[in-house]
Design a protein around this ligand. Sequence first.
Ligand code: SF4
Length: 264
Amino acid sequence: MDKKADIRGTREWAVAEVNCSRGCPHGCRYCYARYDQVIRRQLIPEADWLKCCDLPGEIDKSRPLYDGQVMFPAAHDIIPENLESCVKVIGKLLGAGNRVLIVSKPHLDCIQRLCREFYDCRDRILFRFTITARNAEILSFWEPGAPVYQERLMALRSCYERGFITSVSIEPMLHREDVVQMVYELLPYVSHSIWIGKMNRIDTRVSRVNAQFDKEIERITLGQSDQELRLLYEELGHEDKIRWKESVKEVLGLPLATKAGLDL
Ligand code: SF4
């Protein structure tokens, strides 16, 4: 078995992934979960992806103690419509003694609810907010239904100020020209790490429906070229909280993770 192939994507962060919904109104155009569930496995029609439906069997079931950090969610997000279900699942994971990595394009109200609910477990929760760009036009093209930058920043700051462990995922990096300035705006509210990664498998996961897509894809591709990634490493490589996803490590010749869930 190819060991390297096992430690890609979310395996760099967690030994297991837990989900309790299907579909996501954020509608990100690069979404792997949509590609996997709508196109590859055809579990739901395209038109239903933007609705978020609970998976009842996943909400009330008991959870084991995993042998490392567990990620929730990985194939949907935490939104007002499924917040109570998410609270239940996170509660069960924490109740079993797990360390939980909560990954989200955060809705401030949802995150504040989680902070209140799980304050006493904050040493076993790592929040990781996906903040891919600051530019409103770019965000509304690629992530049309997700919270705006300011809301994500406020969620990050609010968790940090409450004493939770905080991190950011800039994956995919949507705005190369602004990423360094964005990192320096976010760093004061990050206690753990900022991960930077490429948009992967653009040709299979992003459906090009008009000329604007072609233009945007060309812009993203140029921004994550080998040359740009090397320049970015020169600009940010000295920051101890910066982590490079496997897609970038390969270009830079950095060692790949050898074990799942190390989050390093
Ligand atoms: S927030 Fe995540 S699950 Fe939802 S559409 Fe975007 S990438 Fe997919």
